[in-house]
Design a binder for this molecule. Structure first.
Ligand code: PEP
Ligand code: MG
Length: 759
């Protein structure tokens, strides 16, 4: 048996290496027939449109039958396997009531039959079948072999299906529409033509080329000239972006400029040239060395830096090769598409035409996601199966809410998204009228709506949409955009702009919350379980010098309006609160001793770890307010990684356990007279926001784009109606039931347009 399973491993490896689905299937049928010594091996796929099984590949059956034999669900033995979604192993198929003899296959009347379903994400995609002409029962080992193979095949099929390849094979037609699921980078919906940005030059393709001594100086000069050109290009790009993005985002270009000037890039490359390598080859080796170092890191953020370095290398190479980027004609809405859309590529498209961004690499944390958010356009990231070559010039619908894109959308999809965009525009016009209206229920109960931000460029949109303050200022964003921990004055300068920009409204600064999915390029933390590891307050308490610098920077700018609140993230234990407060007191005293007369801050905690929910009593004695971080609280309560596509369907802030936790938090806080806010995504979804209001949450903090939607929902109900809805929902057992109930209430109140944004 060992041999059989050795072969299985090899088949799986070969299938993964196959150039396409067709080749993969042929490998499966030929090799399986060989290894199992059976009379026929066949693969059937389910055609979505007809719900029929279609014979896709076979070794042992008539080749003409491929693509032509079809079984309805439940029809024949193959259809039965699909219907039952279980293996079927029978020694004499002939005598089975479902047996159906098909002449087109050219098969003899077979007896031994083993069929196993090919299942991915609970859905039966097809059936893998082996047959024996003679009467014989397949052994348990053969069954195990086939079940394992089918499970591996499922991944390959669903990948191919995503690429539209399955449809093409089934229908024999090229160029079908298809859609792909990625990660929402920034919200919104847009339709435009794909502009694929390829790296202008391929470093990997540069050959090794030895040069003569008398060529060295010329090569060094060419290299330095290319570096200088790239440097001035970055300056130019930075100027073009200046109107659109804030200073700290622009600082990214300074990072590029710094990288360009670094000794490790220039000197090392020149050294290689002097050792007899031509400039292009020397550059390739230097960049590859840097990239290897970053790529080897487990940390997602650091891998992003490898992309920047590659981008830098390509740009230098492009000039070394004296190639120019052919500027493509742009005259309508453009969706920028790339494998690794970098900030400099983003700046290649005139901003008035740029409607969305798609990047096959990266996550919602990438710089480009942050920038697209700042530009107010939707983006979808992490589309690892993006067939970049087939997308060029195609029409694409980008849904930044769900992280899905539709390539060559069908007329129906297009019509639906045009309708959604129109509705969204109409809703936005309607919502604008609410800017100056109070956020209160029909019976006049006021629920302050605040914004979550971390970008200076959010200040004016926030004020323009009537935000009553900042409920969560994510201080890590300025840290992410730097090359090292910013100093006290550097930080203070940013914090001052935020405090003054929003004054007299309050601003809640969250102390640095790095770790987990938020890593700093210059502070690598490598862990097996980052979300359960060194995160937020844990890092700050272990590095009081970084914490104190930040606290001093925040406290010292609170000199004019006293509109500052301080908030501690990732609290899971009382001792962390005591220690952090000890450090805040120390920083405050130092500043007073230095003659800076600032008030002692209002201090609050984020409740985002389950242990904190159950220590509310102890916390309420120590701090002034609470804010529920529902993103992390949901992730930790449900044990679902908030960034993992595989389990995304399980991540749901309407899960009864999340709601019951919030209810408990509010109850204890109220008992102690301490206000509670919610600053996770839950506060920005009109449906869950209503429930939070019903539970007695005092204020809601959300991204600026959600503010008026939530205000509309609050203004459409009386507090009694909201409480009633909330009481009903708290009796329910599932998130789906809760979602239905609240969406129903929104629709009944004529707010169907709000349902979509919350999905
Ligand atoms: C949260 O966890 O809900 C939260 C607001 O913090 P972040 O999303 O920054 O982790
Ligand atoms: Mg959090």
């Amino acid at each position: 048996m060992k041999n059989m399973f050795d072969s299985l491993r090899q088949i799986v490896l070969d299938v993964n290496d196959a150039a396409g689905l067709e080749q993969a299937l042929n490998i499966v049928v030929h090799r399986t027939r060989e290894v199992l010594s059976v009379d026929a091996v066949s693969v059937y796929f389910r055609d979505d449109k007809t719900d029929q099984l279609v014979l896709m590949a076979s070794d042992g059956l008539n080749k003409q039958a491929i693509g032509n034999i079809r079984f309805d669900r439940g029809q024949g033995l193959v259809g039965l396997v699909l219907e039952r979604a279980e293996p079927l192993n029978i020694d004499d198929a002939h005598r089975h009531p479902n047996y159906r003899f098909v002449t087109e296959t050219g098969e003899a009347c077979f007896h031994g039959f083993l069929g196993v379903p090919i299942i991915q994400h609970r859905q039966a995609l097809g059936v893998l079948v082996v047959r024996q002409n003679e009467k014989s029962q397949f052994s348990a080992e053969v069954e195990t072999f086939l079940v394992t193979l089918a499970a591996q095949l499922a991944g390959a099929i669903s990948y191919a299906e995503k690429m539209g390849e399955l449809n093409r094979l089934i229908e024999g037609a090229e160029g079908h529409s298809f859609n792909l699921q990625g990660l929402g980078g920034s919200p919104g919906v847009a339709i435009g033509e794909a502009l694929v940005v390829f790296p202008p030059a391929s470093l990997e393709a540069v050959p090794h080329n030895a040069i003569a001594d008398d060529e060295i100086d010329g090569q060094v000069a060419a290299f330095l000239a290319a570096v200088n050109t790239v440097e001035s290009e970055y300056k130019e790009l930075s100027k073009r972006m200046a109107g659109a993005i804030s200073n700290e985002e622009l600082a990214l270009f300074d990072v590029f400029a710094l990288m360009l000037k670094s000794d490790t890039l220039i000197d090392v490359t020149i050294e290689r040239i002097r050792a007899g390598q031509w400039a292009q080859g020397a550059l390739r080796e230097t960049i590859a060395e840097h990239v290897r170092q970053f790529d080897a890191m487990d940390d997602a953020y650091l891998r992003e830096r490898a992309i920047d370095i590659k981008d830098l290398g390509r740009r230098i190479l492009m000039h070394l090769q004296a190639q120019q980027t052919s500027s493509q004609e742009i005259s309508g809405p453009v969706v920028l598409v790339g494998e690794e859309v970098t900030v400099s590529q983003l700046a290649e498209v005139p901003l008035q035409y740029l409607v969305a961004i798609i990047s096959s690499k990266g996550s919602s944390l990438s710089h480009v996601a942050i920038l697209s958010h700042a530009l107010g356009i939707p983006s979808v990231m992490g589309l690892d199966s993006l067939p970049v070559n087939r997308i060029k010039g195609q029409q694409i619908v980008v849904d930044g809410y769900s992280g899905r894109i539709y390539v060559k959308p069908t007329a129906a999809v297009l019509a639906e998204f045009h309708r959604l965009i129109r509705e969204e525009q109409a809703l936005n016009t309607e919502l604008k009228e609410l800017i100056d209206q109070p956020s209160e229920t029909l019976d006049g109960i006021h629920i302050p709506l605040l914004v979550n931000t971390g970008l200076l460029s959010d200040i004016s949109p926030s004020l323009q949409s009537g935000a009553e303050g900042v409920g969560l200022y994510r201080t890590e964003i300025p840290f992410l955009m730097r090359d090292g921990f910013p100093g006290e004055d550097d930080q203070a300068q940013i914090y001052r702009q935020v405090l003054q920009g929003f004054a007299p409204r309050t601003v809640t600064f969250r102390t640095l919350d790095i770790g987990g999915d938020k890593a700093l390029p210059y502070f690598p933390v490598v862990e097996d379980n980052p979300f359960l590891g060194w995160r937020g307050i844990r890092i700050m308490l272990d590095h009081p010098e970084i914490f104190l610098t930040q606290i001093r920077a925040i406290l010292k700018v609170n000199i004019y309006q006293n509109n500052l609140r301080l908030m501690l993230p990732m609290i899971s234990d009382v001792s962390e609160v005591d220690e952090a407060i000890g450090l805040i007191k120390k920083a405050h005293k130092e500043l007073l001793d230095e003659g800076i007369d600032i008030p002692y801050p209002i201090i609050g905690l984020m409740i985002e770890v389950p242990s904190a929910v159950y220590q509310m009593e102890a916390f309420a004695m120590r701090v002034d307010f609470f804010s529920v971080g529902s993103n992390d609280l949901t992730q930790y309560l449900l044990a679902v990684d908030r960034n993992n596509k595989q389990v995304a369907e399980l991540y749901n802030c309407l899960h009864p356990s999340v709601l019951l936790s919030v209810q408990h938090i509010v109850e204890v806080a109220k008992k102690h007279g301490k206000p509670v806010s919610v600053c996770g995504e839950m506060a920005g979804d009109p449906a869950s926001a209503l429930l939070l209001v019903g539970m007695g949450v005092d204020s809601l903090s959300m991204s600026v784009g959600s503010l008026l939607r939530v205000k509309l929902a609050i203004r459409s109900f009386t507090s009694a109606q909201i409480e009633h809805l909330c009481n009903d929902v708290l009796q329910m057992e599932s998130a789906a039931e809760i979602r239905r109930k609240v969406n129903g209430a929104l629709e009944f109140a004529g707010l169907g347009g709000l349902v979509r944004a919350g999905k």
